[in-house]
Design a protein around this ligand. Structure first.
Ligand code: UDX
Length: 448
């Protein structure tokens, strides 16, 4: 099928490249000429494993094109522009602009489906998007197709999540619209939900809000374990997770996934989706006169995590004033260079606010937002960050930190205090001189 994808962020470009990989003729469209030029040169403008190779292949074989304007008349046009957070809500200006440009090209003599993939609150597609498309095309919905097709792409796994999805959700204005989109995904085997536009929009928000809720729940249990001698959050959550309603049973056998899906406590969730989506759903609920008490608590628990980690460092060191503290990891999770809403940012800010001298090392992040950049020293290596440090706080569970020679690293620290805010280093054998503290257990008294 002929497809256009408007917006080449990680969702848009992944969608375009993967649809081309599935055999469709795809044109990716972006208003940013520099981005278009970079993609033409086969460069992915962000870090996403595996996407670069597939981009090159599909640009070379001609199934994928990149341009500044929609030129041909595709059967399906995806809107994959950003919906950034604006005062706790989502900014729909880019969606509106994309819909207007698409509407101006919709034709009466050929049936085309416009599919919103950007994350938008329930009611956006059948009101704002539909109206803009109708006004700019002088057609009525039905003469063109309209769908809402949310993405469930994790950063770092976007390609495999697209090609091997848990489910495909297709919200449809009418049956004809949904049939076209279902045909596009015909070769992907997974449950497909054809439903209303608003259900599709709500599914996306409910899914991400549940994930955020699980994380905040785990973090609250973790704090409770820290106050309860004899408990250990990792054992507790493992015990919780083995419930068959949380661990899948396949062929009569319980499959324990090794990692506890979204029940792993830490220093809080971040990234481009979870924080923004929970906030947008809270605002949406308030607009509807519904009190989002649970989601408010999810955000409050998350907002408290960085402070709890910094307090741990403060009580272990006595004072943070003038202390040399190494923050290990700035990305919101391993496998990405994304620092959006990363818990590392408030951790750095709080440490600096208490007078600590903060050094930072991340294998992929080499710069910080300007306000924070002033406060820290960015180190070229983990060894450099740890040299003569009074404490190290592990914020992102990068494999490099797990594989480090900690005996050697501790020997080079001034005070070998390691605070593991992801419980990632629990199997590491630290030298007896070191003070290793993880989360979700009582922190033994005493300073180093
Ligand atoms: C998320 C959703 O998982 C994906 O389905 C959606 O479409 C986009 O948003 P992503 O933002 O890439 O994906 O990150 P994810 O892997 O979900 O992690 C989000 C945050 O939660 C990270 O900061 C991570 O460290 C944290 N997290 C995750 C925990 O603290 N504990 C967990 O058990 C899992």
């Amino acid at each position: 099928m002929h497809v256009a994808v408007v917006g080449t962020g990680y969702v848009g470009l992944t969608t375009g490249v993967c649809l081309a990989h599935l055999g469709h003729e795809v044109t990716c469209v972006d208003i940013d000429p520099e981005r278009v030029a970079a993609i033409k040169r086969q460069q992915v403008p962000f870090y996403e494993p595996g996407l670069g190779e597939m981009l090159s292949t599909n640009l070379s074989n001609g199934r994928l094109k990149i341009t500044g304007h929609i030129k041909s008349d595709p059967e399906v046009v995806f809107i994959t522009v950003g919906t950034p957070e604006l005062d706790g809500r989502i900014d729909l200006s880019r969606v509106e602009m994309a819909a207007r440009q698409i509407g101006q090209r919709l034709r009466r003599d050929s049936y085309q489906v416009v599919a919103v993939k950007s994350t938008v609150v329930p009611g956006t597609t059948d009101t704002l998007v539909r109206k803009v498309l109708e006004q700019s095309s002088c057609l009525k919905a039905g003469e063109f197709g309209l769908c809402m097709n949310p993405e469930f792409l994790r950063e770092g796994f976007a390609v495999s999540d697209f090609l091997d999805p848990d489910r495909i959700v297709i919200g449809q204005w009418d049956d004809r619209s949904g049939r076209v989109l279902a045909e596009l995904y015909r070769t992907l085997e997974c449950p497909k939900i054809l439903t209303t536009l608003r259900n599709a929009e709500m599914i996306k928000y409910a899914a991400n809000s549940l994930l955020a809720t699980l994380i905040s729940f785990s973090n609250e249990i973790s704090a409770l374990c820290e106050a309860t001698p004899g408990t250990d959050v990792d054992v507790v959550m493992q015990g919780v997770h083995l419930d068959r309603r949380l661990s899948p049973v396949i062929d009569g056998k319980k499959v324990s996934p090794g990692v506890l899906s979204f029940l792993m406590p830490g220093c809080g969730f971040g990234g481009s989706c979870l924080p923004k989506d929970v906030n947008a759903l809270r605002a949406f609920a308030r607009d509807k006169g519904v009190d989002p008490a649970l989601l408010d608590a999810v955000v409050a628990v998350n907002a408290g995590r960085p402070g709890q980690i910094v307090s741990m460092a403060e009580s272990l060191l006595g004072t943070l004033d003038q202390a040399e503290v190494a923050v290990l990891g700035v990305a919101f999770k391993p496998g990405t260079d994304d620092t959006r809403d990363s818990p590392a940012l408030p951790i750095i800010q709080l440490l600096a606010g208490k007078g600590a001298r903060v050094r930072v090392y991340d294998p992929m992040v080499k710069t910080l937002p300007p306000a924070l950049f002033e406060m820290v020293k960015i180190c070229p290596s983990v060894d450099n960050a740890l040299a003569d440090a009074d404490a190290a706080i592990v914020v992102t569970a990068w494999p490099e930190f797990l594989e480090l020679d900690w005996a050697d690293a501790c020997a080079r620290m001034r005070r070998p205090v390691i605070i593991d805010s992801r419980n990632a280093l629990r199997r590491v054998c630290f030298p007896s001189s070191a003070r290793y503290v993880c989360i979700g257990q009582v922190v033994p008294e005493g300073r180093v």
